[in-house]
Design a binder for this molecule. Structure first.
Ligand code: TTP
Length: 403
């Protein structure tokens, strides 16, 4: 069996995280999402093909070096999952194949079950907000169609972006038109095929699944990965450090005296924590990061080379690579009225569904001393925040913000 991984999306909703890295490279426990897919697919298929954007070729080629992978560039012109698929038709060769959306994170053990089925399969996942997804219509476990983002969803079962299909699906590619959002959708190819008697069985999956579309989804995916990881201390722990629960400390990391770490937490290679630093559940520090002295971090991702060196609090936040937080930077992650925190996604204010959500700071930004950042505010990459500022609105890429 072969697998086709679609990884040529723009990831606009994930900005500012995707201002400095493409979506397949967002880190889960300090490892690019794409590698999670590859390492798990390699266990169940013989060959993997990844559809990527042309501009990602160099980065992705070096990342996947050593894996059984071929790279296919998505065709130019109208984008979409259907275009990604049709860019890879020549590899099908009459065989059955897995097709996986590259921006999902789930319990990958599902894959061995999927490859064992004889029939065409689509995986359905029950969610509380089906209006945000492609919703599955079915009868007797057979798919009747996929309706994109319907106002009145026929069920809570949505398309999880995991399929096992026969190569005849390729015959329907040319029958699909551009969708209302200006893309060629793979789900439309499936819809046309079903009308012409191509049968697809629906498998309802009960395990963890998330589509990493918006910044807070990255927190949820990292939380799930932490829940599966085994505790492992490879780095150096000084005297008078307290470690509680499941904690992973990678090689070359150093935890200095007086630090208190409540797992689950992940401390990447070469990271330095402390002295006197409090890391709480859900903290993920990337390689060569610095947290402390006297810093508190809770349920947050700090990507490689970023520094939170003195007297700061960061909660429920994503700090991208090579960011520096000045002494006394404070992130607010809860509103006074305790309502859900909203975040602006592609210009539209959206309910994150979370009572606790801090900030998202894009790569290479510099935050001055004594800065306060309000809940749900995003700071673009390469931004500068003037000392003492209260950041109460989104800051653009490269902007110098002062109050
Ligand atoms: P989407 O989440 O629909 O699109 P996106 O990744 O571009 O994100 P955004 O809407 O925030 O800009 O993509 C679903 C999957 O399909 C994802 O794994 C990427 C893949 N994809 C392609 O391979 N090519 C494409 O042209 C598009 C749009 C998506």
């Amino acid at each position: 069996m072969k697998a086709l991984l679609l990884a040529a999306g723009k990831g606009e909703r994930l900005q500012p995280i995707t201002e400095t890295r493409s979506k397949p490279l967002v880190p889960i426990l300090d490892k690019p999402l794409l590698l999670w897919h590859l390492e798990n697919l390699e266990r169940v298929v013989d060959k993997i093909y990844i559809v990527i954007r042309k501009e990602d070729r160099e980065t992705i080629s070096s990342l996947v070096n050593g894996h059984k992978v071929s790279i296919i560039e998505q065709k130019e012109g109208v984008g979409g999952t259907g275009t990604a698929f049709s860019s890879a038709l020549s590899i099908l060769n009459g065989d059955n194949f897995l097709l996986i959306y590259g921006d999902i994170f789930y319990d990958f053990s599902l894959l061995s079950q999927i490859v064992s089925y004889q029939d065409n399969i689509i995986v359905g996942k029950e969610v509380g907000n089906p209006r945000d997804f492609g919703v599955l219509k079915m009868s007797n476990n057979y798919l009747d169609g996929i309706i994109e983002k319907p106002d009145s969803p026929p069920s809570n079962l949505i398309n999880a972006g995991i399929y096992k299909l026969s190569s005849d699906i390729a015959t329907f590619v040319d029958k699909v038109k551009i969708s209302s959002r200006g893309e060629i959708e793979f789900t439309d190819i499936i819809n046309v095929a079903i009308k012409e008697n191509y049968k697809v069985n629906v498998i309802t999956y009960k395990g963890f699944w998330i589509d990493i579309g918006k910044p807070w989804h990255l927190l949820e995916a990292n939380n799930f990965a932490l829940s599966l990881a085994n505790p492992n201390i490879k780095g150096e722990i000084e005297e008078d450090v307290r470690i509680k629960g499941k904690v992973i400390v990678e090689e070359g990391a150093l935890i200095k005296s007086g630090s208190y770490i409540e797992g689950p937490a992940y401390i990447g290679k070469g990271a330095t924590v402390g002295p006197n630093t409090y890391l709480r559940e859900g903290t993920v520090l990337g390689k060569n990061t610095k947290a402390g002295s006297a810093v508190e971090i809770k349920n947050s991702i700090v990507m490689e080379d970023s520094k939170i060196p003195h007297l700061s609090y960061v909660g429920d936040s994503v700090i991208c690579e090579d960011v520096n937080l000045g002494a006394g930077t404070l992130v607010a992650n809860l509103r006074f009225d305790e309502n859900h925190v909203k975040m602006r996604i592609k210009g539209k204010l959206e309910d994150s569904g979370r009572k606790k959500l801090g900030t998202v700071i894009g790569g290479h930004s510099r935050i001055g001393i004594n800065v306060t950042i309000l809940p749900g505010v995003k700071i673009g990459s390469y931004a500068r925040i003037y000392p003492g500022a209260v950041v109460n609105r989104d800051v653009n890429k490269g902007e110098f913000f002062r109050t």
